[in-house]
Design a protein around this ligand. Structure first.
Ligand SMILES: [Zn+2]
Length: 76
């Protein structure tokens, strides 16, 4: 499950998390979607783009799915 958004939570992970459901990350963290800056996953990003770095568990999320949802393909 993913929404196509990623979040940089202030939890010391120092990396982005994949949003699984609104307010819940793939790695099981919950957050307040109105207080946290949800960013649409960047598709055409450079090598140093921060979205290249996910937390350990979130790096196992299906990035192909995240990408197609970020493109607006809802049937991913
Ligand atoms: Zn995570």
């Amino acid at each position: 499950m993913t929404t196509g958004y990623v979040v940089d939570l202030d939890n010391g992970h120092d990396s982005y998390c994949v949003e699984s459901l609104v307010g819940v990350t793939y790695c099981g963290e919950t957050f307040d979607p109105t207080a946290v800056d949800r960013e649409l996953y960047a598709i055409d990003r450079g090598e140093d783009h921060p979205h290249n770095y996910f937390c350990f568990d979130c790096s196992k999320a299906d990035s192909r799915k995240v990408r197609s949802l970020a493109r607006g393909e809802t049937d991913a």
